[in-house]
Write a protein that binds this ligand. Structure first.
Ligand code: HEC
Length: 233
């Protein structure tokens, strides 16, 4: 769910790069990569999505107050080309140029004397990364909060754990923030409610009346049966 690059570079007690795991054996800290936040059975967020995504590019100016939207999903509520999608909001903290105000890509992996994973030196890794990706680098950097949306087509629960109707069909449910649809249980319309209750009332009156008529006619039939000396059992 989260990845904080600003925490990278902390060595273990032996002075060497370390990895820390949680009780399930999943890595939550790695000196090369930083701090991770994991989640399980996370309720997704929902939004209208028409399949079009725009991305913040390295050449774009960012607002260092963050969070910077790494991507933006487009879609108008109720539009014919849009659907309600579940998404994961992945939160990061990553390097940017504090003077030029653009995101920076570090040189990370190839074992040489500038790669972050082998030297733990942001200055070198960011300088080489900026040159390789074609953006200017002022030499000054910081870390900014970022967010990226992932459409959920993976990490989906097995069908036995399918989402219950009530998760969406209630007030304060999963689709609370979704405009453009009438969701029974979440939304109300006085007319629909009144007509509905009127139908419930009429149905009750109707079935009670019907039952009463049957009881009355049955008595009459019983009398008739007596007349014919129990010919009908
Ligand atoms: C993931 C969220 C979600 C779940 C789970 C869900 N619904 Fe819905 N439901 C919706 C939305 C959104 C609409 C409105 C659709 C629209 O207006 O196009 C809706 C509409 C409806 C409607 C009205 C249909 C109509 O034509 O207006 C009924 C009835 C309904 N749902 C029943 C159920 C039942 C029964 C279940 C469980 C088996 C269920 N829903 C589970 C989101 C959900």
């Amino acid at each position: 769910m989260t990845w904080d690059w600003s925490q990278a570079g902390r060595m273990g007690p032996d002075g060497k790069p370390q990895k820390i795991k949680d009780e399930h054996g999943h890595i939550t800290y790695d000196s090369r990569k930083g701090q991770f936040g994991l989640g399980e059975n996370v309720v997704p967020e929902y939004l209208w999505f028409n399949g079009k995504v725009s991305y913040t590019l390295q050449t774009d100016k960012i607002n260092p107050d963050g969070p910077v939207a790494i991507n933006t999903f487009h879609g108008t509520p109720g539009a014919a080309d849009a659907r309600i999608w579940p998404v994961k909001r992945f939160r990061g903290r990553q390097p940017y140029d504090t003077e030029n105000l653009n995101l920076l890509v570090p040189h990370s992996a190839i074992p040489d004397d500038t790669a972050y994973w082998y030297n733990f030196d942001w200055d070198k890794a960011l300088k080489v990364g900026a040159a390789a990706t074609g953006v200017p680098f002022s030499g000054k950097y910081g870390f900014v909060d970022t967010e990226m949306l992932w459409p959920i087509t993976h990490m989906v629960a097995p069908k036995e754990d399918a989402v219950d109707c009530i998760e969406c069909h209630k007030q304060g449910g999963r689709l609370e923030g979704i405009a453009g649809v009438y969701i029974p249980g979440r939304d109300r319309n006085a007319w629909i409610d009144n007509i509905g209750w009127l139908l419930v009332g009429l149905t009750t009156v109707g079935s009670l009346g019907h039952g009463l008529v049957r009881i009355l006619t049955r008595r009459r039939q019983d009398t008739h049966d007596d007349d014919t000396h129990g010919a009908r059992s």
